[in-house]
Ligand binder design. Structure first.
Ligand code: 6PG
Length: 242
């Protein structure tokens, strides 16, 4: 697996790199195309990145269409909503037009929500789905988007969107997620992860890249373009040459 791994000194530096690399990629894409696409992730790591990205120079947000890799099944103003986080940190400050915001439906049964987003993606992309920039994170169990270990979503290849978790499992909220084949359709995938609590998962990812073991879900992400890990020293310590 030819993934590039960039080790930054701190979690804040990871967020800054996520924002700056995204801004550079969006500006380049906007030079080439009338409209470009950005697929966001949820979680806490991207929060300062999205605040920084909203202030980036030279991005015509009127030509950037925003999607999500996953969403929790909650209302769009709920504190756990990935849309709510992005609206607060990026969409509002950058004044992204509402017509460019393609949020996943959170307030409906998972299968219904998946079908609604499937239709939205079909309407926008047709057969040519493509994310110029795709953001992903990684949980301490190696999940990415809402592709969790041991779930049916990992094996879904005939749809773009699927329920991310079985009906209420333990203390994790029901979710919707893009599927692996959909995540593949990206020009630049930036995976941002930080913190020592994720070191074991990241070690398993590196082993999987080296052909040793299957690795957690995030190790199975493949993209048409470039995949770049942005990790902090606390996570990568002793695992990479940096
Ligand atoms: C979500 C994300 C999820 C996230 C990881 C890491 O909806 O929560 O899509 O995949 O990226 O759980 O989250 P942190 O950045 O908070 O560690």
């Amino acid at each position: 697996m030819n993934a590039e791994i960039v080790v930054l000194p701190t979690k804040q530096a990871v967020a800054e790199a996520l924002a700056d690399r995204t801004a550079t990629a969006l500006r380049a894409a906007l030079e080439q195309k009338n409209r470009v696409t950005l697929c966001l992730t949820g979680g806490s790591t991207p929060v300062p990145a999205y605040e920084r990205l909203a202030q980036a120079e030279g991005i015509d947000w009127g030509r950037v269409h925003v999607f999500w890799g996953d969403e929790r099944c909650v209302p769009p103003d709920h504190e756990e909503s990935n849309f709510a986080m992005a609206a607060r940190t990026l969409l509002a400050p950058a004044e992204v037009p509402e017509t460019n915001v393609h949020k996943m439906p959170g307030v409906c049964p998972q299968d219904e929500g998946a079908a609604v987003y499937e239709q939205a993606l079909e309407q926008f992309f047709g057969d040519d789905l493509w994310f110029d920039v795709l953001h992903l994170g990684m949980g301490d169990d190696g999940h990415t988007a809402s592709l969790f270990p041991g779930t049916d979503a990992l094996g879904v290849t005939d749809r773009r969107v699927t329920p991310g978790l079985a009906p209420p499992s333990a203390n994790v909220r029901e979710r919707l997620t893009l599927t692996f084949p959909t995540l593949m359709q990206a020009g630049l995938c930036l995976v941002a992860a930080a913190g020592a609590d994720k070191r074991e998962a990241f070690s398993d990812v590196l082993d999987a890249y080296d052909g040793e073991g299957d690795g957690p879900p995030v190790a199975h992400v493949r993209v048409e373009g470039d995949l770049i890990w942005l990790v902090d020293a606390a996570l990568a310590q002793g695992l990479t040459d940096d």
